[in-house]
Write a protein that binds this ligand. Structure first.
Ligand code: SAM
Length: 305
């Protein structure tokens, strides 16, 4: 049940796609003063040491943040992401990689709320400890008030089950990131069911789902199933870094599916994705897919529900 550890994958091409888009979604939310909730249903450990035994086992960061580190021609949204990672590495050497909770902590403002769920006992503890260390450091430096007790809540538990109790958020503004391991194929159905319920409770939220493209049927059909959900618009972006191996080994493609995306996201991705494919592509199979639309099924009228 607890075999997945994100530390093995930290900073890979899938993290690049997920985290640079998360930054852009939050930057868009930051344009209005009103507070919002960032809800991370599958938060992971928060920060990863790239020289740890986990991360260096397959050095997956070499497929993602690694090749971007020294580039001087980064498009603005990728530069914002790389600069954020560099901020965690003041020595200039690439040692620490921020998971989604730390990305959100750095981009969110003091009055925004982070609600983080992690089921793995070890990762949930590391995540809470990481925020505690940050808090202690801030208190020592007098950098900012120690508001993390209220601002950031880390809960060990099932993020799928927890989401509905947080919706709608008091501020009526939220970004929800759903990023399960998908090692268990029931995750695909859980994501769809959780989103269907969330959209009933809070139809105007922005929901971002990361997913892998694998040979299993659930993975291949996943985006089409999400397109049926009753949101106002959806956007799907897939990054492929290489031709799939004949044995199916390794992650060649992953996607971000966003429900109710900001209107700025698609034009930004049109500009950035061709550059990212060139920067991270390993062979002629490297490519991206970018599509958007409205739900594919007709909404039931309230009388028929
Ligand atoms: N979002 C993180 C990031 O971008 O840095 C990475 C998350 S990782 C892909 C998935 C995490 O979900 C793992 O740490 C795993 O332990 C956790 N997990 C698995 N099932 C869960 C569940 N039902 N609720 C909450 N966390 C879960």
């Amino acid at each position: 049940m607890f075999s997945y550890r994100h530390a093995f994958h930290a900073g890979n091409h899938a993290d690049v796609l997920k985290h640079f888009i998360t930054i852009q979604l939050m930057q868009y939310m930051n344009q209005k003063d009103a507070a919002y909730s960032y809800i991370d249903t599958h938060a992971g450990a928060g920060v990863y040491a790239l020289d740890s035994a986990f991360a260096s086992k397959n050095a997956e960061y070499d497929t993602g943040i690694g090749p971007l580190w020294d580039r001087t021609d980064l498009p603005a949204p990728i530069k914002e992401y790389v600069d954020l990672v560099k901020g965690l590495n003041p020595s200039g050497k690439m040692r620490y990689y921020p998971g989604s909770p730390f990305v959100a902590d750095l981009v969110g403002r003091e009055h925004d709320r982070l609600r983080l769920f992690e089921m793995h006992p070890a990762d949930a503890k590391i995540l809470a400890d990481n925020f505690r260390k940050l808090d202690d450091h801030a208190a020592q430096q007098g950098i900012r008030p120690t508001t993390r007790g209220k601002r950031v809540l880390v809960t060990r538990g099932d993020g799928f089950a927890a989401l509905k109790a947080l919706l709608p958020p008091p501020s009526r503004r939220a970004l929800v990131l759903i990023d399960p391991p998908y090692e268990d194929k029931t995750d695909y159905k859980k994501v769809k069911d959780t989103l269907a319920e969330a959209l009933v409770r809070f139809p105007t939220g922005t929901y971002a789902v990361w997913y892998p493209l694998l040979v299993r049927m659930e993975s291949r059909q996943f985006a089409d199933k999400l397109k049926q959900l009753q949101c106002s618009d959806w956007l799907n972006v897939v990054l492929t870094t290489h031709t799939p191996m004949p044995d199916g080994f390794g992650l060649h493609s992953s996607g971000m599916f966003i429900l109710n995306p900001p209107y700025t996201l698609e034009p930004m991705l049109k500009e950035v994705m061709p550059w990212l494919v060139k920067a991270l592509g390993k062979d002629a199979g490297a490519k991206f897919v970018l599509e958007s639309g409205k739900p594919t099924t007709v909404r039931n009228s309230p009388a028929r529900r």
